[in-house]
Design a protein around this ligand. Structure first.
Ligand code: ZN
Length: 234
């Protein structure tokens, strides 16, 4: 493999891209919280940092002049490229071929490993309001979910409006981590993520499960969906 010259990152360029590559001409890399789209020409033209619905920092896929992008690609025009994943991974290889040689750019996003990062938010499917059905939860579910006697839950059914799935769209479950006095003291003392999480759990933190139950009682999703999503983590 002979070396070839790669261009400076696109941030240094003054002009936008000349065209919109088709969506199929993109690889996708992600960390379970967000994804970046990498075009076969080496351009990251879609990326929202930290979470899927955050504001984008690279959005050239929608606006080539003002959307913003980041590119590592060969200088000049006399090259072709191809993309593939390392087998059974989300590690994306963009390979450039030119008369002067071959170059590869390897793209991936590391997955967060601390417990706090794993548990901040999840998406569950929204139950279809056109066909959802009220159901009486078992005593076991009532206890486990801390339900009051007047709380109602819903079941997904399926109709023409939801394509017989019983669900339409998504809704987020979020942890609410309030900074109480004990937590502020622990933060100042340099406590670890795990210690902070334990302390928060004992001081009224809304975790994913309690938020999920509240959203089921409000009619947004089903307890089945919440269990499935949260148990998939454990
Ligand atoms: Zn429906």
């Amino acid at each position: 493999m002979r070396p070839m010259t790669l261009a400076e990152p696109a941030a240094a360029e003054t002009s936008g891209r000349s065209a919109y590559p088709p969506i199929a001409e993109h690889g996708i890399i992600g960390d379970l919280h967000s994804v970046a789209l990498v075009a076969t020409d080496g351009t990251i033209d879609w990326y929202c940092p930290q979470q899927f619905d955050a504001p984008s920092v690279f959005g050239a896929i929608l606006d080539k002049d003002k959307g913003g992008y980041y590119r590592i690609a060969p200088v000049g025009e006399d090259w072709t490229s191809t993309q593939f994943y390392f087998p059974d991974t989300n590690v994306l290889v963009t390979r450039f071929l030119s008369p002067s040689g071959v170059a590869e750019v390897i793209g991936f996003m590391p997955i967060g490993s601390t417990r706090a990062e794993q548990h901040r938010h999840r998406l569950v499917r929204r139950v279809c309001k056109a066909c959802r059905r009220v159901f009486q939860p078992s005593a076991e579910i009532q206890v486990e979910c801390n339900l009051l006697p007047h709380h109602q839950l819903y079941q997904a059914v399926g109709c023409a409006q939801c394509g017989k799935l019983g669900y339409r769209g998504r809704i987020g479950l979020q942890e609410v981590f309030a900074i109480t006095a004990p937590i502020r003291e622990a933060l100042q003392a340099g406590a670890s993520d795990d210690d902070l999480y334990t302390l928060a759990a004992h001081s009224g933190m809304i975790n994913l499960f309690t938020d999920g139950v509240a959203k089921c009682v409000a009619g947004y999703s089903t307890i089945e969906e919440v269990y499935k999503t949260i148990l998939a983590d454990s």
